[in-house]
Design a protein around this ligand. Sequence first.
Ligand code: T1G
Length: 697
Amino acid sequence: MDPRVKVERRRAVALITLDNPPVNALSRGIAGAVIEAVKAAEADPALSAIVLTGAGKSFTGGADIREFGETPDPNEPDLRAMIRALEGAKKPVVAALRGNVLGGGLETALGCHWRLGTPEARYGFPEVKIGLLPGAGGTQRAPRLIGVAPALELCLSGEFIDSKRALSLGLIDREVAGDLLEEAVAWAAAKGGKADGVRRVRDMRVDTSGLAPGFFAAERAKLAAKTRGLMSPALIVDCLEIATQTPIDEGLARERDLFEQCRTSPQSRALIHVFFAERAAGKVKGVGPDTPAREIARAGVVGAGTMGGGIAMCFASAGIPVTLVEANEDALAHGLATIHKNYERSRLRGRLSEGEMHQRLARIAGSTALESLRDADVVIEAVFEELALKQEIFRKLGALCRKDAILATNTSTLDVDAIAAVTSRPERVVGTHFFSPANVMRLLETVRGAQTSPETLAAVLKLGRRIGKLPVVVGVCDGFVGNRMLYPYLRQAYFLIEEGALPEEVDRALVDFGLAMGPFAMNDLAGLDVGYRVRKAQAATRPKNWRYARLPDKLVEAGRFGQKNGRGWYRYEVACREPKPDAEVRDLILAESAALGIERRKVGEAEIIERCLFALINEGAKILEEGIAERASDIDLIWINGYGLPAWRGGPMFYADTLGLERVNGAVARYDEQFGEWWAPAPLLKRLTEAGKRFNG
Ligand code: T1G
């Protein structure tokens, strides 16, 4: 018997335990072992029933995601066969559920005749988050047990529901506060030999009486906006509709076919890459599970502007008291009012109760004195992007804060080492680059200075997760990883409009590719003056005779700052954020092409996507080679969570891998031939291409 499936006898009940740490994934071989155990129990006259449970904290986290790239062995029993064996058993089968009951795990529980769970158990079909659908009967059994609408919500959201909700839906038959196994065995024993001992979900009828006319069409319409580019959500709706129209065995067969479509899709492979990338990002060189990571009980933020206010909200929303410091009362009052407005908006949208809003606001104290940060465990500076100003603040913080306090800067490009150097504790200085709006965006680019200690990093990684962020550790360079790659991406976008494209054409091509927003609309949102200051700061080090796009500077010098003043690359009507092409900008672009002696030409979508993304990927390869990012998947996470590249593309480096590095390297070399300067191929890209390898090895 497979050691991952244990069988013991409890009274006249066979207790089958899944034991495959860390999440009891239903890996290959487990299905066959469970089938064997069920057959043995069925054949044993001394046994009257069966209980199935999971060892440790959880029932099971579902099928083994690492195996989806493999071709299933037709001779090896799969999850569906295991569920059929459980469901078809003539003796009662009771699922004893605790912790995670997810994906194929929940489908397994639905194949059992009864389900008992502990109060902290959680149930869900997260398959949609990795580009799949419940492919072992979930879309056919769940609607039979809990109704069509709740089953569809469970499958489409990918979210977990708690025990109370599961009980109210009838997903479980009983919540067990006491000894789960004892109660499950007692329940099974009581059902053994009884006429109603075996109750199969497959025999239940799908109740459609409560469904409004056109229910599925309405669900499909709702999906279109929310799941742009994703494939499995629409197929989930199809599966649920099939469940209402066909006998279960036909439904199961059609679900399997649609599952296979998802499983073999590039977007599922990309989303699975992202799943594992997020876990890999937590594994940082020199920071092990035994590296002490101090608790953060009190926080401070310097600067109550957009970023500082958003960062303060992150702490308050995570239950951490925070003091927000500003230079003067007016600025402080404005910052606090903005925070209040943000929370009020969440409350009005039903994301927050009145009580929760007041609890969070009560955790934010305002002050105009840095001394009020004396007892903070961590202080995050979020003032104007100017090195001298930041250094002045860090000198003061270094003198007044506790010696063991962590001092973090929210700088988006400046040298963290130059900031650390002015404090007496460089080992406790780190960059915490939040993305605007800081209380919404998940990415936390965690900048490791030359002297940042492992303990400091461990504390910030733990804090980042606690405040709901995705911390990704990067090294020190101009722009770290995200912004450093943004420079060549934007540069190509600017060159393309000099050569013949218009901003709306470039934006549309990249939005059609899947980006949340094109570069020009993104510029307008962030503020054209922000990039203007960065380019001015970079002027000294930029190669003098290399091609430089003057248009972005010209717009700023013409007073066009973007959404903030209604005019940027686009124009914006009052109180409207819809970008509208502006003839004035078009004329500026045409005049610039003429001034440069460029004969404008039609630029196709393919060239726009290649030029912008391959410049990004080439820079990513340099970043990898320099060790600024520890792994390619970290770069993928940064561009997905900070810059709106769609997760179903897997991130820039994964996308390059799917195209094949030979094609990317060839195109970069061609552009290098044609344009030179900025297009020098990254040595790593060449080397991996020649070796037939990938970025995400
Ligand atoms: N398969 C393989 N490995 C998994 C895994 C899985 N399902 N779930 C987790 N791991 C690994 C993970 O990579 C990490 O590895 C370690 O376990 C701890 O994970 C047919 C098709 C279960 C809520 O999508 O949501 O069933 O980094 O750090 O915070 O219809 O893991 O230690 O090397 O996340 O306690 C559906 C995915 C599969 C659940 C636990 N199930 N997992 O969270 O630990 S598809 C899922 C999670 C399916 C059927 C379909 C979470 C968790 P390492 P962790 P955690």
